[in-house]
Design a protein around this ligand. Structure first.
Ligand SMILES: *[C@@H]1O[C@H](CO)[C@@H](O)[C@H](O)[C@H]1NC(C)=O
Ligand SMILES: *[C@@H]1O[C@H](CO)[C@@H](O)[C@H](O)[C@H]1NC(C)=O
Ligand SMILES: *[C@@H]1O[C@H](CO)[C@@H](O)[C@H](O)[C@H]1NC(C)=O
Ligand SMILES: *[C@@H]1O[C@H](CO)[C@@H](O)[C@H](O)[C@H]1NC(C)=O
Length: 173
């Protein structure tokens, strides 16, 4: 009996911890270009279209480290594919670079080594996260909005789970 109680308390504590942490964890890590990755012959304007990038999300650039790179530039250099004075060189050398989108502003990324001229560039508008789920209407679950629905609505089932476990714990006392 004691062992069971302790187990339940631990489970309840874990679930509560998870419920508290979830709003933080719900940031989205976008693989730039999805299954195509960061490469030539992808129109990244189309890839970014309709997506909402929120402060706290991440970009994940996956590419051929022997050919491409990831440079953050300003708007002018993005438009003209100028790579000699990037604002930030995100290239680590592994061909797998993670960029935190931690400021609400526009971000401009290009690949140097000539690839930008072929269209290997992406502009990302980062906005503030939406208000909590209680005040936002439930959106339809079209494939493109699945991620953002996931972001807002996982919190509620987690709370129910905590309540259920907590109830069974109180019954045992
Ligand atoms: C981008 O940087 C270049 C070089 O430093 C500068 O000439 C240009 O005005 C900058 N553009 C913007 C939009 O800040
Ligand atoms: C970016 O950083 C990588 C890794 O440190 C380095 O090899 C590369 O030369 C840098 N590229 C530019 C354009 O600064
Ligand atoms: C955003 O992330 C970068 C890279 O990790 C870091 O240098 C910068 O201080 C962060 N900015 C804020 C406002 O958190
Ligand atoms: C990418 O698609 C956009 C929107 O359809 C278009 O305006 C743009 O010219 C395309 N870019 C390239 C490099 O083809």
């Amino acid at each position: 009996m004691e062992g069971l109680k302790r187990g339940i308390v631990l489970t309840a504590a874990t679930l509560m911890f998870a419920a508290v942490m979830l709003p933080e964890v719900a940031a989205v890590r976008y693989i730039v270009g999805a299954n195509m990755g960061w490469t030539s012959n992808v129109n990244y304007t189309i890839w970014a279209q309709g997506k909402h990038f929120y402060n706290g999300d991440w970009l994940f650039f996956v590419y051929d480290r022997n050919q491409m790179n990831v440079l953050e530039v300003n708007k002018t250099d993005y438009e003209n594919c100028i790579s000699d004075h990037p604002l930030h060189n995100w290239t680590t050398g592994a061909g797998r670079d993670v960029v935190p989108l931690n400021v609400t502003r526009n971000y401009y990324f290009i690949s140097g080594k000539g690839f930008c001229f072929g269209g290997m560039k992406v502009a990302i508008h980062v906005e503030n996260p939406p208000p909590p789920p209680s005040s936002s209407p439930v959106r339809s679950a079209s494939p493109s909005s699945l991620l953002s629905n996931f972001r807002g609505h996982i919190f509620v089932p987690a709370l129910f789970a905590v309540a259920a476990v907590w109830d069974s714990f109180l019954l045992l006392l």
